[in-house]
Design a binder for this molecule. Structure first.
Ligand code: AMZ
Length: 283
């Protein structure tokens, strides 16, 4: 199912993006990510230039893990990360990039690594700037909720580079740094993007995010089954059992798992997690 593949498309819009060198099988452009082992994706959440983890998205409930996010990125790459998830938390609240310089430094340090970036990306110019800097995927959250046609417009403009982030509390999608609830149901909203050509939907269970309380497998499965867009699960992942559970629904279109607090606090060993996913989901 090629349409489900994350389009790490080199040269989209004439820009020479590096191939995903960590997936040699993709050199021939015949193996979409949806047919590859589940990706375990380390999260780097940026607040005031530092790498932090929040609990349930509350800015005043943060744990600082490092004041050198580039070194943190190096650490995960050394541990075998094939992709990074980077969030500009200040940006998500401000509605525009705030930690862009740090993000650009991470991307420059790892030019071949696909990096997905979210937080404060609300217009075409910001997308263009991030992609020009070498970011592989931009994540649209608030803008995708408030202006759904923006998603289709941006997919047409930047094919292969758009991910939608749906972050939900009790099934309702949150916006503006998770400070407001939109009233939209996750599945209803996700279905609106069905034919837009988005590369993936990142589904975050806010109630579990940063809480080490286990992934919400039922809600993730419900979403994955209701759309043909690949789903990346986020929020609550704690240990190898969560990775095992998510690998069990890999064939429903769950192509990735974002992990934050667990790998920083050591309840999950990143390398072991990706190795387990490779073992369980290699076709
Ligand atoms: O933790 C939070 N409060 C938070 C967070 N992690 N708020 C937003 N975000 C992330 C979303 C998504 O990746 O998970 O920011 C991105 C969405 O930002 P925006 O500005 O598009 O709504």
């Amino acid at each position: 199912m090629l349409h489900r593949g994350l389009g790490d498309v080199a040269g989209a819009r004439g820009i020479a993006y590096p191939q995903d060198v960590h997936f040699p099988a993709r050199a021939a452009c015949v193996v979409p990510v949806s047919d590859l082992p589940m990706l375990v994706i380390p999260a780097i959440d940026l607040k005031d230039g530092k790498c932090v983890r929040l609990r349930q998205g509350r800015m005043n409930d943060d744990t600082v893990f490092s004041d050198d996010p580039v070194a943190v990125a190096d650490r995960w790459v050394t541990a075998g990360a094939r992709r990074l998830h980077v969030v500009d938390l200040n940006g998500a609240f401000a509605g525009r990039p705030v930690n862009a310089a740090v993000i650009e430094a991470i991307v420059k340090a790892h030019p071949d690594l696909p990096v997905q970036v979210g937080g404060g990306i609300r217009d075409e110019e910001t997308i263009q700037t991030y992609l020009d800097a070498g970011v592989r995927y931009v994540i649209l959250g608030t803008k995708a909720v408030n202006v759904p046609h923006f998603v289709g417009d941006m997919c047409a403009e930047f094919p292969g580079h758009i991910i939608v982030g749906l972050d939900a509390k009790n099934g309702k999608v949150a916006i503006d740094g998770w400070s407001k609830l939109s009233g939209h149901d996750v599945v209803d909203l996700a279905q609106r993007y069905q034919n837009d050509g988005v590369d993936a939907i990142i589904y975050t269970d806010i109630g579990r995010d940063g809480m080490l309380s286990g992934v919400n497998i039922d809600a993730t499965l419900r979403l994955a089954r209701s759309i043909s867009i690949p789903v990346i699960a986020s929020g609550g992942i704690t240990n190898l059992e969560d990775i095992r559970l998510l690998c069990g629904i890999r064939d429903q279109g769950v192509i990735g798992a974002i992990t934050g607090r667990a790998i920083y606090e050591g309840t999950l060993d990143f390398t072991e997690a990706q190795q387990l996913a490779d073992t369980l989901t290699a076709s």
